[in-house]
Ligand binder design. Structure first.
Ligand code: NOJ
Ligand code: CA
Length: 704
């Protein structure tokens, strides 16, 4: 329900925010805890600020654009009118971390026009939520301008202090850098740019990727990102340490020589700032999805959230290879244990995984390396026309695998590694998705490893944004859901297209198998939960039990305890959750019971506590069963957290199992030390739970 509301809009010729501003108009959030003030400076430069009560959160920050072949639109504007509105709707997620979402905000639209010729028009939409703010630009239809070529967006975010920041370098190709923790003025993306495992990255300036999360000296938490990234370039944020300011830095197309080209009318993505008193509130905020349009696909019940296993980790460990030829080998160890072809994706191996999945109530099987082209993958420049998304290797009978899976209640998850050759993928997409539909396969993991072909395009530029979005929209026509790796960032589009189920877009578990820097440190996921996870579901692939990876990878390991791995099924949200390890690694492991039991689709989520980079505890209630699951993780420090069970129903009984670090557990020295206890809990209980360094805990509460 959209209504016009009578909240205060001051529009007058007086100074309010900064000495040279002349016009001010404001919009408060529904609870009036947050206010956005828009003003026009004396020279007609648009500017906004954000207040929390009487305290500034964002200082006056200017807005504008630079274009190819026409003057910038940054000053000389006047307000020709304003509109206000509000909305308070509750919508349902077809699958998600909660069933219903309340979308409640006040809106202010400012209509601007250049005072002098060519008198161009620009509208800016501001939305004030109780959990943050957002704004986007809209270029309405106008005389004399049919289309625009944007060379830079000049959106500023002026901070109120030298906040603590959790950031990763503003990479135009990948989001797989580690997050850094530093004060704002110490952000140095260039120094963190080079990484031996990330040679496809391109970072032209000192900028950060979004989401970037901050804590102010007063303890307020902020996270900057974008929502509804459609037909536009991804936004990095340039760092200006002297002025304590960030400015939008759009990803370019060096091939085309600009950043964005659009025909009018069009709107930019929303620029978002989530604001919360505590770190936990950032995770509970639904601002990003709320800013997206409602579901355009209708019923997507053909996709069911699921746990899955895969012919996958064995390639990362170097036990098998993606290609039949055996050239794409990740092993540091090639011993005589390997006989004959090391090809992982064989019919026989797939059946072995299906048997394992079926025995353990796991509904999906991912098979990588099933199709031809893998011998010409990493390290090859000429990747156009190489991968074939229809033709199986001769030792893999896809129809038989699908048939066998169906018999056992396990659905195949297709894999399409495009090797960052999107034009080749575009050509085959219809046929490939049609094949999936004919087989009754409803989800695909896609991949975009390597520099984009054609040269001069980047993973996060407008051209690729369109590729990723169009691929998912097309997939929906064939009842296919998409989990993209090396993706464009999540910006809440899963609300509009609920077949966008998950994505990578972070340093996943795979780095632990082969990263030359020792893998993901214990603080990795306690940071991710408050940064990357704010943007949307993550295919992290948790659940490695053979933490030291012996004997396959003597020099690598997972840098967490086993209990921490279990907790990730609850902490890191995704509607598809992998049990990543080899079936044999789970054999005889009582802790595997948690993975069997844990839900993947949630009625509600409660973030019980947490501090960015330190620890986090999340409780989630499974849809339809009423079972609850709790997960907690810590960084390299041991700590004790208190869990209150007041989220449980008074009248219900639960069978409760607690999986926690053993007294001697340690991510490096003793990662597999775990204790499993049956306990009794009541809603009035509080429990103190110890976590080891790099540790965690998981609780299953099965309703009786
Ligand atoms: C990188 C992906 O992140 C990984 O999961 C996959 O196995 C390889 N690419 C091959 O596509
Ligand atoms: Ca990857």
């Amino acid at each position: 329900m959209k209504t016009t509301i009578p909240f205060l809009v001051i529009l007058g010729l007086f100074n309010c925010t900064s000495p040279d501003s002349t016009m001010i108009t404001s919009v408060p959030s529904p609870s009036e805890n947050i206010t956005i003030n828009f003003s026009l400076q004396e020279d007609g430069t648009p500017s906004y600020e954000v207040m929390r009560g009487e305290t500034p959160v964002i200082q006056p920050s200017t807005l504008g654009f630079e274009f190819q072949n026409q003057a910038a639109l940054m000053s000389g504007l006047e307000i020709t009118g304003t509109d206000t509105g509000s909305d308070d709707e509750t919508w349902e997620m077809p699958w998600g971390e909660q069933r219903t979402v309340r979308n409640r905000y006040n809106e202010l639209v400012v209509h601007l026009q250049e005072k002098e010729a060519p008198n161009r028009l620009l509208d800016i939409y501001f939305r004030a939520y109780n959990d943050g703010v957002a704004f986007h630009y809209h270029f309405p239809e106008q005389q004399g301008v049919d289309s625009l070529i944007i060379t830079d967006e000049k959106t500023q975010f002026a901070l109120t202090g030298d906040h603590t920041c959790w950031w990763q370098p503003g990479d135009w190709d990948i989001y797989e850098h580690l997050y850094n923790t530093s004060s704002f003025t110490e952000i140095d993306a260039i120094a963190k740019r080079d990484h031996p495992d990330l040679n496809s990255s391109y970072i032209p300036e000192n900028a950060v990727n979004t989401p970037v999360t901050m804590r102010t000296p007063d303890g307020l938490h902020l996270s900057f990102h974008e929502a509804a990234l459609i037909d536009y370039a991804g936004m990095t944020l340039r760092i200006d340490p002297e002025n304590l300011r960030m400015e939008s830095g759009l990803v370019a197309s060096d091939r085309l020589g600009y950043k964005v080209k659009r025909v009018l009318p069009f709107s930019t993505p929303w620029r978002t700032i989530q604001i919360s008193e505590d770190a936990a509130g950032l995770i509970e905020s639904k601002l990003i999805v709320n800013l997206n349009e409602p579901n355009k696909l209708g019923d997507v019940s053909w996709f069911t959230p699921m746990k899955y296993v895969g012919i996958w980790w064995e390639m990362h460990l170097g036990i098998s290879t993606w290609d039949m030829e055996g050239t794409q080998d990740m092993s540091t160890y090639t011993t005589d244990q390997v006989t004959g072809s090391k090809h992982g994706a064989t019919t026989e191996n797939a059946k072995r995984y299906i048997d394992f999945a079926a025995e353990n109530g796991i509904k999906g099987l991912l098979v990588e390396g099933w199709n031809t082209g893998w011998d010409h993958w990493i390290g090859f420049e000429d990747r156009e026309g190489v991968f074939d998304f229809i033709t199986s290797y001769p030792d893999y009978d896809i129809e038989e695998v699908v048939r066998y899976g169906r018999e056992k209640g396990v659905e195949l998850i297709m894999h399409h590694e495009t090797s960052a050759a999107p034009r080749t993928y575009d050509q085959q997409m219809d046929t490939a998705y049609a094949l999936m539909q004919s087989l009754g396969v409803h989800s695909v993991k896609s991949g975009y490893v390597g520099p984009i072909i054609p040269k001069g395009e980047y993973h996060h530029g407008q051209w690729m944004v369109n590729h990723y979005n169009n691929a998912a929209i097309k997939a929906a026509d064939y009842q296919v859901a998409v989990n993209a790796h090396e993706p464009i960032k999540a910006t809440g589009l899963r609300r509009t297209y609920p077949n966008m189920i998950a994505r990578e877009g972070l340093r996943g578990q795979e780095f632990n198998a082969w990263a030359s820097d020792g893998g993901n440190p214990p603080e990795h996921l306690p940071i991710i939960a408050f940064t990357r996870m704010l943007s949307g579901p993550i295919d992290f692939t948790p659940g490695v039990f053979n933490i030291k990876m012996e004997p396959y990878k003597e020099g690598n390991q997972v840098n967490t305890t086993l209990a921490h791995q279990l907790a990730l099924y609850v902490v890191i949200y995704s509607p598809v959750q992998m049990a990543a390890d080899l079936p044999e690694s789970y054999e005889g492991q009582p802790a595997f019971q948690f993975i069997r039991d844990v839900g993947v689709n949630w009625e509600r989520t409660k973030v019980l506590n947490g501090e960015v980079g330190d620890f986090v505890t999340i409780a989630r209630e499974e849809r339809d069963t009423g079972n609850w699951f709790v997960g907690g993780i810590t960084n390299e420090e041991a700590r004790t957290v208190t869990v209150k069970f007041d989220f449980l129903e008074e009248e219900s009984e639960y069978l409760v199992r607690l999986y926690h670090d053993g007294a001697d557990a340690h991510w490096n020295d003793n990662p597999n030390s775990i204790e499993i206890e049956k306990i009794e809990v009541f809603p009035s209980n509080e429990m103190e739970i110890d976590m080891a360094p790099g540790g965690g805990f998981a609780i299953s509460l099965i309703k009786q």
